[in-house]
Design a protein around this ligand. Structure first.
Ligand SMILES: [Ca+2]
Length: 214
């Protein structure tokens, strides 16, 4: 991804109070459709994978880089408004000093009422391929849905065979919808609006490259 997506992602970082994202995410040139904190912290692995011929990885080097790294994809919420969505993926981890988790956040034009990053059920230490999921409510006024994986501290985590789907209302959310979360500051709201415009220009209505084969 070029400068446009990188600019678009910067508001994500500024939502640090919400998600604990690092200060300066940039687009990842290597993982098609996904952005990353820093290209050097992530990439495509053609040896370690769950399905197909590739997975994505994210590595921590807290001594030389930010403590929190993320891999992120953002889409327009249009087709998911009023629904519950489930983001799931297989992950594998190696020597995590802190923790990792899938994450997903739904933003309206003014706040982020649906957010989960698995902080209450973290991936720790070394694990083999395991499927995790997040289910969130997408409110009728949702603008953007962002999802991915985050890594706190050192170690390495892989993600593969993700899926993103609407689920019936009987499926419980992994984090409650909270319409009373604080509003974003106006500069963040401006960034979100620009980001949504960029996604609309790119026709980013559906997730892409969830199997990391592209
Ligand atoms: Ca794959």
């Amino acid at each position: 991804m070029g400068r446009g997506p990188a600019r678009g992602l910067s508001w994500l970082a500024l939502a640090a109070g919400v998600i604990g994202l690092p200060a300066a995410p940039v687009g990842s040139d290597e993982i098609k459709g996904w952005g990353a904190t820093k290209a050097a912290d992530s990439g495509v692995d053609r040896d370690v994978k769950h399905g197909g011929s590739a997975a994505a990885w994210l590595a921590g080097r807290s001594k030389t880089g930010p403590k929190v790294k993320t891999l992120v994809q953002a889409i327009l919420a249009d087709e998911f408004r009023g629904k519950r969505v489930r983001f799931s993926a297989y992950t594998k981890s190696q020597d995590l000093t802190d923790w990792a988790g899938l994450w997903m956040r739904v933003d309206t034009a003014r706040h982020s009422p649906s957010f989960d990053n698995m902080i209450e059920r973290p991936i720790k230490r070394t694990t083999e391929w395991t499927k995790h999921h997040i289910v969130l409510l997408v409110p009728a006024d949702a603008e953007v849905i962002s999802f991915g994986i985050l890594l706190v501290g050192d170690g390495r985590v892989w993600i593969d065979d993700a899926s993103f789907e609407i689920v019936p209302d009987v499926i419980g959310t992994t984090k409650n919808f909270d319409p009373n979360v604080p509003e974003m500051p106006s500069d963040l709201r401006d960034q979100l609006r620009r980001h949504a415009d960029e996604l609309r220009e790119k026709k980013a209505y559906r997730p892409t490259n969830l199997d990391f084969e592209s």
